[in-house]
Design a protein around this ligand. Structure first.
Ligand SMILES: [Zn+2]
Length: 599
């Protein structure tokens, strides 16, 4: 599994120094549960936690979807890293020095395109930030930001930048750095100049962002995936954003989350705003558990990502019609994902940025504490938009209300809101309940499917037990070797796993689970973790007895299988002319029966 610049020693040094708990905590809100930590799985959608981390063993396992492995596996899966990338990432984090990765020209070509794109974004970000924070030419940008009340800390923390008004600042810089300008174009950073109505990619290029404050947009791994740019003078468009690219998907990225993720679990809530400056001002005023959606409504992916950190989501909108509607659009998402959705309502025509800068921090915090539950807010609006004194009005409210309530997966909550709605409309509850029952009949089936993954053919019990014993009590491995029982396994998967474990134990005279994981293929890795999480607390004497029982059972089963096989062959031999080989088979069978008899 190791290659070139990643020696086995380095990999195990990194593994020893890293803490899987810390790494996973960046993505999952973990709570202690006995010996393990528990949280919502980042790899499948779930409502009750079945994702476990064991700190002592440095492994994770999800009992819902079966994902499992060590700290490297986790990063590779969650961040789409290759193995070398995951190693580098952890080396950086835990201060392990790696020898530089040598890149031959051929290797360079091979290098993941995403990685190059990511590097170009990084270079551009550094260029813009340098202009803003250090260069004389950046003065205008600095002035603009200070007028908008941005502190140096915020500029630094969010790596804000500035682009000159000239046409080829970045293009020139990237050219000097010998970067592929075609790729920079793909990222929307530069454009080729049009000549006589035709693009001529061999000649000159011009910058996409000019005379703007730059907001680099990060993913959770501190990689720049795109930019937003705000004109500092009058003009159009006021805001310019990177186009979608293989790195940047608007619907999956939340601006500011790379900072906010450190604060959300502590506050157990997240504030969601819409724009760059709203977000930065909130952070500036110490409300660092805030994120922003960028020029897009909140998506299911957004909610899904945030749910890893908290279940309490608070949107902020001003009291005008568009604001209210935007807030309400998020409601079905919140209900479906079973998170609590609240909203902070600001005075009409106020956005969080202005509101806070007018000295309303305390007022804002008060409004946050008293944030209105979105579903109550929704009912409120609904009652206002229709005349609930008339029958027609009542019917409309009931229909719209029940359409929303239908989306709530939790039955108790569903009933609760149905009751509330019935009370508000002064209708018999049974009427609405009836409607609920008829519409949810066909949906409950889908939910069941999604709960449990199909068990991929269960294993023979005794064989599984032997493997579990090997994992939890490796001191039994020599006995297992002596008995040679692994050869008699029926399940090839368990056999392979057990033989791997045996081999490792023989090499080292001990069994290091994380080390074992490093040598296993993906499917075996997941199984191994699953077994490792099902602790056995057997007494020493019992363990040996159980092992003995298992061995006996495995042997018996093996004999039975062999016997069946021989009988089949005997039958075939009898059919043939002269009963070729029959005698030998009969003897074999006799021997077998003798062995199979209890002693
Ligand atoms: Zn899972």
């Amino acid at each position: 599994m190791t290659n070139g610049f990643l020696s086995e020693e380095k990999v195990s040094e990194i593994r020893d120094r890293s803490s899987i708990l810390e790494v996973v905590s960046d993505y999952v809100n973990l709570k202690k549960a006995g010996k393990n930590y528990k949280g919502l799985c980042p790899f499948h959608s779930e409502k009750t936690p079945s994702f476990m981390v064991n700190e002592e063993k440095q492994i994770f396992h999800c009992f819902g979807c079966g994902a499992g492995g060590d700290v490297f596996t986790f990063l590779m899966k969650v961040g789409n890293f290759s193995f070398p990338q995951a190693v580098e990432e952890l080396a950086k984090r835990y201060g392990v020095r790696l020898p530089p990765r040598e890149l031959s020209p051929a290797k360079k070509k091979e290098m993941d395109k995403r990685e190059i794109l990511s590097q170009i974004n990084q270079m551009a970000s550094e260029y813009f930030h340098d202009l803003l924070s250090r260069r004389r030419e950046g003065e205008e940008g600095r002035r603009y930001l200070s007028q908008r009340g941005m502190s140096e800390e915020i500029i630094k923390e969010h790596r804000l930048g500035y682009s000159l008004e000239r046409w080829d600042g970045l293009a020139h810089h990237l050219q000097e750095k010998k970067v592929s300008l075609e790729l920079a174009r793909e990222l929307g950073l530069i454009f080729p100049k049009k000549r006589e109505g035709r693009y001529d990619s061999t000649s000159s290029w011009y910058d996409a962002f000019r005379g703007r404050i730059l907001f680099p947009i990060f993913d959770l791994h501190q990689r720049v995936v795109g930019f937003g740019g705000r004109l500092i003078k009058e003009g159009e468009p006021k805001y310019l954003n990177s186009p979608e690219s293989s790195l940047y998907h608007k619907g999956e990225i939340l601006y500011g989350l790379q900072v906010a993720k450190g604060y959300i679990p502590g506050k157990d809530c997240v504030i969601i705003v819409e724009g760059y400056f709203d977000l930065l001002t909130l952070h500036q005023f110490g409300l660092k558990h805030s994120v922003a959606t960028l020029g897009t409504a909140l998506t299911a992916q957004h909610v899904h990502i945030l749910k890893r950190y908290t279940k309490n989501l608070i949107t902020v909108f001003d009291a005008d019609v568009a604001g209210v509607q935007a807030s309400l659009r998020a409601l079905p998402l919140f209900l479906e994902e079973e998170v609590s959705g609240k909203t902070i309502i600001l005075p009409k025509d106020e956005d969080p940025d202005e509101f806070l800068r007018k000295g309303n921090l305390e007022e804002f915090e008060k409004r946050a504490i008293n944030a209105v539950s979105l579903i109550d807010f929704f009912f409120e609006r609904l009652m206002k938009t229709h005349d609930t004194k008339s029958i027609d009005g009542k019917v409309k409210v009931a229909e719209e209300g029940m359409a929303l309530i239908d989306k709530i997966p939790n039955k108790i909550r569903k009933n609760f809101y149905t009751k509330t709605l019935a009370e508000r409309l002064d209708l018999p509850e049974s009427l609405l309940m009836e409607r609920l029952r008829s519409s949810s009949k066909d949906r409950s089936k889908g939910e069941e499917d999604f709960k449990k993954r199909p068990v991929e053919g269960s294993f023979p019990k005794s064989e599984e037990m032997v493997v579990r014993l090997m994992i939890h009590h490796p001191e039994l491995i020599p006995t297992i070797t002596e008995e040679g029982i692994l050869r008699e396994f029926e399940s090839p998967v368990l056999q392979k796993m057990a033989e791997n474990l045996e081999g490792l134990y023989q090499q080292r005279r001990r069994l290091d689970l994380t080390e074992a994981l490093g040598c296993f293929e993906e499917d075996l890795k997941e199984r191994l973790c699953e077994f490792a999480f099902q602790e056995s607390d057997l007494e020493a004497g019992d363990r040996e007895k159980i092992l003995k029982d298992c061995i006996e059972k495995i042997r018996k089963k093996r004999l039975k299988r062999d016997e069946g096989e021989i009988l089949k062959r005997i039958k075939e031999a009898e059919k043939q002319k002269g009963g070729k080989g029959l005698e030998a088979l009969l003897m074999e069978r006799q021997e077998m029966t003798r062995k199979g008899r209890p002693l």
